[in-house]
Ligand binder design. Structure first.
Ligand SMILES: C[S@@+](CC[C@H](N)C(=O)[O-])C[C@H]1O[C@@H](n2cnc3c(N)ncnc32)[C@H](O)[C@@H]1O
Length: 202
């Protein structure tokens, strides 16, 4: 692939495209304006499904409008809820069948900056995402540390990722070190073997 290393949000999607096949089930944990949801919808094809979460109605409305305009709405399920409840919305039969979960953290561009992702909910959401992905699936996180809560979120996620057991996961951290204006940084976590310690009572 040419231009693999590009701006972080595109770089993340470039890497994810290697993990997603037609018919896959994937999750966008932060729908926002819907750009990532749309990119995932294209990658999963007609038989695939994208679950997209956001806590703001305006974000899901923007995502819905974009998906309708582009003709991809029928393969997407939009959920107005925090991503730390994602397991409650995903059918039990799909646990460890999800190929990708993407988090693009921070706030909705051009909207209320007060409403932003925080470590308090992001960390449990990432833990759930790691339970949901299949072996060789990936969790991708785009982090912005230009604001105080983003800095704490990034530090917490890096600490968590570094401490993941190496027998079960590969965790990678990508930082574009020569760019201006604090570009986002990326974490990718892939699952090496089934953990199967999820709540079997569901
Ligand atoms: C940077 S934007 C996402 C950009 C989006 N992926 C796109 O392609 O346009 C971050 C989004 O996360 C949402 N968000 C904040 N806290 C959340 C939470 N706990 N659960 C789900 N979404 C959340 C915000 O409402 C915002 O829309």
């Amino acid at each position: 692939m040419n231009n693999l290393i590009t701006k972080p949000t595109e770089l993340s999607l470039n890497i994810l495209s290697e993990y997603i096949s037609k018919g896959d089930i994937v999750i966008d944990a932060t729908a926002g304006n819907g750009h990532d949801t749309l990119a995932l919808a294209k990658l999963v094809g007609l038989e695939g499904t994208v679950y997209a979460f956001d806590i703001q109605e305006i974000a899901l409305q923007k995502t819905k409008t974009l998906l309708e305009q582009e003709g991809y709405i029928s393969r997407c399920i939009l959920i107005l809820d925090s991503h730390n409840h994602m397991k409650e919305h995903i059918p039990y039969s799909q646990i460890e069948k999800i190929s990708t979960v993407i988090f693009n953290l921070g706030y909705l561009p051009n909207e209320e900056k007060r409403i932003t992702t925080t470590l308090e909910t992001t960390l449990p959401a990432v833990k759930q995402a790691l339970e949901l992905i299949k072996v060789n699936g990936v969790v991708a996180i785009t982090m912005y540390d230009g604001h105080p809560s983003g800095k704490a979120e990034k530090e917490g996620l890096l600490k968590f990722s570094k401490e993941l057991p190496a027998k079960e996961y590969h965790a990678a951290y990508i930082s574009l070190i020569n760019q201006k204006n604090q570009p986002p940084e990326l974490i990718f976590i892939t699952k090496k073997k089934s953990i199967a310690n999820y709540d079997k009572s569901r």
